[in-house]
Design a protein around this ligand. Structure first.
Ligand SMILES: *[C@@H]1O[C@H](CO)[C@@H](O)[C@H](O)[C@H]1NC(C)=O
Ligand SMILES: *[C@@H]1O[C@H](CO)[C@@H](O)[C@H](O)[C@H]1NC(C)=O
Ligand SMILES: *[C@@H]1O[C@H](CO)[C@@H](O)[C@H](O)[C@H]1NC(C)=O
Ligand SMILES: *[C@@H]1O[C@H](CO)[C@@H](O)[C@H](O)[C@H]1NC(C)=O
Ligand SMILES: *[C@@H]1O[C@H](CO)[C@@H](O)[C@H](O)[C@H]1NC(C)=O
Ligand SMILES: *[C@@H]1O[C@H](CO)[C@@H](O)[C@H](O)[C@H]1NC(C)=O
Length: 428
């Protein structure tokens, strides 16, 4: 122990006796206050930690399930003892700008399986919070108002039981880098401002959103974008070409999207996964898709696409990175010359189309029915990449092409016993 002057010794003794009187704390390792005894601000490193303590204890009383006994660690006054995993699991502290006070800056409950009827009063009870991650819990209610949190930039509420509308007016969208609302019960429209903000990732999949995808999609700077497994309607916005320098993966899978497959998708030179399977998209595969030189997975299965599968797209398996071209359950009638090899390599799946000479195709009756429907989508010849000189058109936002995006939705395929059987088998 260090030598102390008589006066500092007196102060130390005084502090010790004060904290003993308050809760029997010894210096450095204050034990939990005895039940029923409210700790005092003086028991904490600073006022911010005392206030955080009150928020945590109030939330703890609302917890309805805690199979991992996480809340068993939410005791005592050392909230910011970040190195001790037996203390306040899930809470991490830091010093906010312009202060010297260590306080709760991030909360990570991923995989804790905690249940609570609401997060209101909890997340928004930490004024200096920057991150809240709560993947795989059982939190319910709506997203609390987080507008007062000036440092907040990451919100992960995935795989919970949250509901309500998209949290437009309660989340500081313009400051967010990452928003993950996957696997909840959010419903209603997704508003245009979601694309005006600096996300790294926007995950909306597996909810009940049912608007069209806002036309300003192209202003989104994200790398990962998931709309899958919702009830989105309308076209894939042609402005998607504006994301060409940022977007790496996009999932439109399993919605009610309609209209022609936009030629502007061909601008996505960095995209590795493009999945628009199980929608009501129609038209040809635009030749511009032959410019997706980084695409590995291209899923357009279970739509109303027709015409020839372009040779330039199949070529990507040789010249690009394509390993899975999924086109089953459409109405294609022909294959480009080098597409046949891809069937044998299991890269290309064109089962359940209308291609003569191939096994596992639709009944002739269905093909005839589809052939009789009006076809309004043009075959756009442009290829916006240097690999195909002479066919380039560098104009990203082609208004004339967007006229074709508002086709009436395709009618359902007439019922056919064997067809429905196959569908059932495939979709489970
Ligand atoms: C939960 O953890 C606390 C603190 O470690 C312990 O006292 C308590 O007995 C535990 N409860 C259960 C149900 O395991
Ligand atoms: C922190 O200090 C900077 C520079 O002095 C100032 O611009 C900023 O507004 C301060 N922030 C807060 C939260 O006080
Ligand atoms: C979207 O769903 C809500 C209910 O969740 C419903 O009231 C609304 O009419 C739906 N809107 C559309 C465009 O289907
Ligand atoms: C896309 O880029 C074009 C050309 O720069 C611009 O006119 C248009 O407003 C952009 N659209 C979106 C939604 O970003
Ligand atoms: C190819 O992609 C489809 C659609 O995403 C998927 O169902 C299939 O399992 C994939 N095939 C391989 C071999 O990975
Ligand atoms: C590119 O497309 C625009 C219409 O979007 C058209 O006016 C222009 O002529 C095209 N350019 C070339 C080189 O084909």
């Amino acid at each position: 122990m260090m030598m102390m002057s008589p006066s500092s010794l007196v102060i130390t003794i005084l502090i010790l006796s004060v904290s003993t009187a308050l809760g029997g704390h010894s210096h450095g390792f204050p034990p939990a206050p005895s039940p029923g005894l409210q700790p005092d601000p003086a028991d904490f490193q600073n006022m911010k930690q005392f206030l955080a303590y009150l928020v945590i204890q109030r939330f703890k009383r609302t917890i309805t399930s805690d199979p991992l006994n996480i809340t068993g660690t939410w005791v005592g006054t050392s909230i910011c003892d970040n190195d001790d995993i037996n203390t306040y699991r899930g809470f991490f502290c830091d010093t906010p700008p312009n202060t010297t006070d260590l306080t709760v800056a991030s909360i990570d409950f991923n995989g804790f399986h905690l249940g609570a009827p609401t997060l209101d009063g909890f997340i928004n009870g930490f004024p200096d919070l920057a991150l809240f991650h709560a993947n795989s819990n059982n939190f319910a209610g709506t997203v609390p108002n987080l507008l007062g949190l000036q440092y907040f930039y990451e919100l992960d509420l995935s795989n919970n039981k949250l509901s309500g509308l998209f949290p437009t007016n309660v989340v500081p969208l313009s400051g967010l880098a990452f928003l993950d609302l996957r696997f909840n019960f959010f419903q209603g429209p997704v508003p245009p401002p979601i694309f005006l903000i600096g996300y790294e990732a926007l995950f909306l999949n597996n909810n009940f959103f049912n608007s069209s995808i806002p036309a300003n999609l192209g202003s989104s700077p994200v790398e990962y974008l998931t709309f899958a497994n919702n009830r989105f309607t309308g076209p894939i916005p042609v402005s998607i070409c504006n994301t060409s320098s940022t977007l790496l993966e996009v999932l439109f899978l399993n919605n009610q999207l309609s209209g022609c497959l936009p030629y502007e998708i061909g601008y996505l030179r960095d995209i590795t996964v493009f999945d628009a399977g199980l929608n009501k998209l129609t038209g040809h595969i635009p030749l511009s898709f032959g410019c997706l030189s980084n695409v590995q997975e291209l899923n357009l299965a279970q739509n109303y696409l027709y015409g020839e599968v372009p040779e330039v797209v199949c070529q990507l398996a040789r010249t690009g990175n394509l390993v899975n071209l999924s086109l089953a359950d459409n109405f294609f009638t022909a294959l480009g010359a080098n597409c046949w090899d891809l069937i044998h390599n299991n890269v290309l799946d064109v089962r359940w189309n209308c291609i003569p000479g191939l096994p596992h195709q639709r009944p002739l009756k269905e093909c005839a029915w589809f052939l009789s429907l009006p076809k309004l989508c043009p075959l756009v010849p442009y290829m916006p990449c240097e690999a195909h000189p002479g066919r380039q058109n560098t104009t990203c936002y082609n208004d004339w092409a967007s006229h074709f995006n508002h086709n009436p939705p395709m009618p359902p395929v007439p019922p056919h016993a064997s067809f429905n059987q196959l569908r059932k088998g495939k979709r489970n």
